[in-house]
Design a protein around this ligand. Structure first.
Ligand code: PMP
Length: 306
């Protein structure tokens, strides 16, 4: 069972974990009207650093904007809350979960409710299980498609989107796979339940475009930037399902999943069925940021104690 942290930030202050309650008639609980982020803090040689804290919280405000959700705090205040809750829990390595949701104040779909905001932090290892970063996972293509454009916006990181993610992830686990990959409504590749996809062909990275019902991932952007700066070509393009079986290497990326190799899809080995060399190089560049080996030319590391 999960070991809960001692403290959480809720509506402006740090409180004991058990006191961060909400009413059962909160709008978000009924209609999925919440927006959130997932952020990691790494313990680096230069002290604890929150990876792209400001970019994540900017996306939180963008998600709120899409849903006309009034944010009662500024970006700087949410950044400060993130730092405060990690310090309160005395963590150096942490996963952060800022969440803003329509609270109690009306039951109609268009009700103007207050926005409640919380930020939790806890210790989290590799999301898809122990050893997956080294060994890779076995993935499957989901029988569930991602939502079509102009239905539910994939560019917002909203609670309701994760009904789709739950269907994809739960089906994959039920069938014995490590994660599920969804196709877009076009029938072309989209992304994993909670991760963006990279395929390798002839030494170049290929990743699906934002038009394919994906979340505009911050890890995806980081991988594209690191690859290009290190002479690795990156192509954003739509690809049909069968290219999952034909690529030389395959991996999924996200804040929780970090850089997770995929060693098979639908029971077919990817390449020689082991994490590939370019995947290893991307892992080295990405994790190197937190080991002081990859120079942070981008200002992505935001110190915990700022
Ligand atoms: N796609 C989905 C559906 C996700 O939930 C996530 C995790 N936030 C990602 C992609 C990866 O995004 P990021 O790298 O910003 O965490």
């Amino acid at each position: 069972a999960m070991q809960y942290p001692e403290f959480i930030w809720q509506n402006g202050r740090i409180k004991p974990w058990a006191e961060a309650t909400t009413h059962v008639m909160s709008h978000a609980l009924h209609y999925g009207s919440s927006v959130f982020e997932g952020i990691r803090c790494y313990d680096t040689p230069s002290g604890p650093q929150i990876f792209r804290l400001t970019d994540h919280n900017r996306r939180l405000f963008q998600s709120a904007k899409i849903y006309d959700m009034a944010m009662p705090y500024t970006l700087a205040e949410i950044n400060a809350a993130c730092r405060e809750v990690i310090r309160a829990n005395k963590l150096r390595k942490a996963y952060l979960r800022p969440l803003a949701y329509r609270g109690l104040g009306g039951f109609g779909l268009s009700a103007e409710t207050p926005t409640d905001v919380t930020v939790a932090s806890w210790e989290m290892g590799p999301y898809l299980g122990p050893d997956v970063l080294e060994r890779g996972i076995d993935a499957c293509v989901s029988s569930w498609q991602r939502f079509a454009p102009n239905t539910i916006p994939a560019g917002a990181k909203a609670g309701g989107n994760y009904l789709s993610g739950q269907l994809i992830a739960r089906e994959a686990r039920r069938l014995g796979f490590g994660e599920g990959i969804a196709l877009a409504s076009t029938g072309l590749l989209s992304e994993g339940a909670g991760e963006n996809l990279f395929l390798v062909f002839d030494g170049a990275l290929h990743t699906t475009p934002v038009a394919s019902a994906i979340l505009n991932g911050i890890t995806r952007h980081s991988v594209i930037t690191l690859a290009r700066d290190n002479g690795i070509a990156v192509v954003e393009r739509d690809l049909p399902r069968e290219y999952l079986y034909l690529c030389d290497e395959l991996f999924m990326v996200g804040t929780a999943a970090e850089i997770t190799p995929i060693r098979s899809v639908d029971g077919k080995p990817v390449g020689d069925g082991k994490p590939g060399a370019l995947t290893g190089r991307i892992q080295e560049l990405f994790f190197g940021l937190f080991q002081g080996k990859t120079p942070d030319k981008y200002g992505w590391l935001e110190p915990l104690d700022a």
